[in-house]
Design a protein around this ligand. Structure first.
Ligand SMILES: CC(C)(COP(=O)(O)OP(=O)(O)OC[C@H]1O[C@@H](n2cnc3c(N)ncnc32)[C@H](O)[C@@H]1OP(=O)(O)O)[C@@H](O)C(=O)NCCC(=O)NCCS
Length: 151
């Protein structure tokens, strides 16, 4: 398995992976436009056939703070540690920039706990992050769990 920065050639595979789960209501749908704009945020997991089987992004949101977004692992490869490795690499990449607080809004609290995150109140997050929520079909009745990793 190779973990590397996403490239243009990965966009269609990322689009399919993320929107497959979005259709099931597990994560936010992403347009191709949104994926192009966040291309530099993303890391992909690529298997021995050069297929993208996992993705995740770290989006800079505020001073020393980043958000894990669009984390998805192909169901055929789940529970093999791929999701955790993507999160680990995103945290390490963020650390290089000085990011020491990484949060996520998720339904996968058990998975993120295993990655070292803890549940926090949404009120602890900067107001700025709700900008994106306004465009979500679930707004304002969202029951995603806010979780934070800090060192
Ligand atoms: C959540 C997701 C990214 C996890 O990826 P994964 O590669 O299967 O997870 P890993 O194998 O790295 O799991 C790491 C640990 O978390 C556990 N875990 C993973 N998913 C879990 C779940 N849904 N419930 C409970 N534990 C879970 C694993 O068993 C493993 O535990 P262990 O250390 O005791 O072995 C993947 O299931 C997925 O893409 N889900 C759909 C999209 C989604 O909800 N994304 C999150 C949006 S924020």
């Amino acid at each position: 398995m190779i973990y590397r920065k996403a490239k243009f050639v990965d966009i269609e595979a990322i689009y399919k992976l993320v929107n497959h789960y979005a259709e099931e209501g597990l994560m936010l749908a992403r347009s191709r436009n949104a994926l192009y704009e966040s291309l530099r945020d993303m890391i992909v997991a690529v298997d021995e056939n050069a297929e993208v089987i996992g993705v995740g992004g770290l989006h800079v949101t505020w001073e020393n703070m980043g958000e894990i977004r669009s984390l998805a692992v192909d169901t055929a490869h789940s529970k093999k540690g791929i999701g955790r490795e993507i999160v680990r690499e995103l945290i390490a990449e963020g650390k290089e920039l000085g990011i020491n607080q990484v949060f996520t809004l998720t339904y996968q609290d058990k998975f993120f706990e295993k990655c070292g995150f803890r549940v926090i109140s949404k009120n602890e997050l900067p107001h700025k992050i709700w900008k994106e929520c306004i465009d979500c079909p679930k707004f304002p009745d969202c029951n995603e769990i806010a979780m934070l990793y800090n060192e």
